[in-house]
Structures are given as structure tokens and as C-alpha cells.
Design a protein around this ligand. Structure first.
Ligand code: PRP
Length: 241
């Protein structure tokens, strides 16, 4: 921010040659929040509204496929991004804070603060396998696990002492064991309907998941007043149930 302000001043004074530079009237940019599109967004908007920050315009703009949404009445700007991309925007300072699932945060393990668990977007990361083809972990066969979460899967397998190949996929994980791509899947379960429809059974839960506020290190220092205020308001709403 300082660098950008300094560059602007330099350019203005060069253009104006010998004119006396006027005092900068530049104001801090709006607080930028990276929100994941999809299920979490709807629940997050409800929480923010209860916290006195109506981001309803974000919902309307999303319907119109707008992805950068200014909310001037709250001096906020919302970025609508893929859930797995939220931590990158926040870590690199393109967003001051973000909302991301614990699954995504732990998978990427970036340098972020996580000041608040919002308790929304609840689901579980589980190991599952075909009901009629249970895996024998002790058998010396070449096991394959399909998942969107290779790092969490790797940690889980390592902790269990299971040697297996991890196949990274980007969606529709449940079909992998049905078509011979994998023996097991590691995937998110919410209602359990997708597992049921594909005749998969849960073997165990790896992680209880809900969405959290994440904050980058630079923003935590430079924008602490705004962020602390927002987190305090959201915390009050979360605590009140
Ligand atoms: C997620 C997850 C499961 C499903 C679980 O997929 O990967 O497939 O939801 O929900 P359920 O237990 O309520 O059935 P998502 O909808 O995000 O799509 P994807 O398969 O493309 O990842």
C-alpha cells in the first residue's frame, strides 16, 4: 500500500513538474473479502447480515455472474472465487480476509491466521469404499485412493501405516471405485446421499469440517482495526447460536 501510494505521488509530481504537491487525500481501499461460491456463500451471507453487514448485493451480483462486487455502504469489496482458491488470494494479500473450509485450509497449510470458526458449511472428510468390496489394509496389494485432498490423504495414510497410491481428482470422486480407478475414496460427506447412491460405505472420518475466517499476515497488521471489528461482530453472532 505504501509503495503504491509513493509511486502515485511520484508520477503526479513528475507530470505537474514544479507544482507544489498537494497533500494526499487517498483513502484506504475497501476491505476485500474472498468468498467461496457455492454452499458456504449462502450461509456466510446470512451470518454477515446478522452481524450488521448486509452483503445481499453479492448474492444478486453473483446471479449476474459478477465476480468482483463492491459494497460501498460497508466499504467492502467481495471477491467470488473457487473455495480452493480462497487461501491463495488471502495469503498473497489480494484479499484482506477470506472464508474457507477447514478441509481446504488444512490441505494447503498456508501461512494464514484463522481467528474464527463460523460453524457453517459443516461436513466431514471421510474414507469410503464399495460396500461389496471392502479393502484389506493388511493385504500386500497395490491400493489406490482417489481424492480431491491428496495432502490430507497422504497424512492419513502415513499415520495409519498404509502404503497406497493417491490419485488426485477434481470432482465426482465417488465414481472412481465403481469404474476401477481406485479402491477407496477420501471425500467430503454432508447428507451422505452421494455415498448411498453409489453404494459406498464410510470406513472412518479423517476431519470434521466447517468454514473459518482466514486472514493474511500483512492484512492482520495493516488492517487490524477493520478485521478485528468484523471478526468480533461475527463472533458475537456465532456465539449467540
Ligand atoms: C461434494 C462431495 C460429495 C458430495 C457430498 O461434492 O465431494 O461428492 O458433495 O454431499 P452429500 O453427502 O450431501 O451427498 P460437490 O457437490 O462439491 O461436487 P464435486 O463432486 O464435483 O466435488
Amino acid at each position: 500500500m505504501t509503495t503504491r501510494a509513493a509511486k502515485t505521488t511520484l508520477k503526479a509530481s513528475t507530470n505537474a513538474k514544479k507544482r507544489t504537491p498537494s497533500r494526499s487525500t487517498s483513502k484506504a481501499p475497501p476491505l476485500t473479502i474472498a468468498m467461496p461460491r457455492g454452499r458456504i456463500l449462502d450461509e456466510a451471507l446470512v451470518l454477515f447480515k446478522r452481524a450488521g453487514i448486509d452483503l445481499g448485493a453479492a448474492e444478486k451480483a453473483r446471479a449476474g455472474r459478477k465476480l468482483i462486487i463492491p459494497i460501498p455502504e460497508h466499504d467492502v469489496r467481495v471477491l467470488i472465487v473457487r473455495d480452493a482458491d480462497v487461501p491463495a488470494y488471502v495469503e498473497h494479500g489480494a484479499a484482506d480476509l477470506g472464508i474457507a473450509g477447514r478441509d481446504v485450509l488444512e490441505e494447503q497449510d498456508r501461512d494464514l491466521y484463522e481467528p474464527l470458526d463460523l460453524g457453517i458449511g459443516r461436513c466431514r472428510l471421510v474414507v469410503a469404499e464399495p460396500e461389496d468390496r471392502p479393502v484389506d489394509e493388511m493385504a500386500k496389494v497395490h491400493l489406490r485412493y482417489a481424492t480431491k485432498f491428496p495432502e490430507l490423504t497422504r497424512r492419513h495414510l502415513q499415520a495409519r501405516g498404509i502404503v497406497a497410491e493417491i490419485i488426485k481428482l477434481y470432482g465426482s470422486i465417488e465414481i472412481a471405485p465403481l469404474v476401477g480407478l481406485a479402491d477407496r475414496v477420501v471425500d467430503l460427506v454432508s447428507s451422505g446421499e452421494t455415498l448411498r447412491q453409489h453404494r459406498l460405505r464410510e470406513v472412518e472420518t479423517i476431519l470434521e469440517v466447517s468454514a473459518r475466517v482466514c486472514v493474511g499476515r500483512a492484512a492482520a497488521k495493516l488492517r487490524s482495526d477493520r478485521i478485528d471489528d468484523l471478526v468480533a461482530r461475527l463472533r458475537a453472532v456465532v456465539d449467540s447460536g
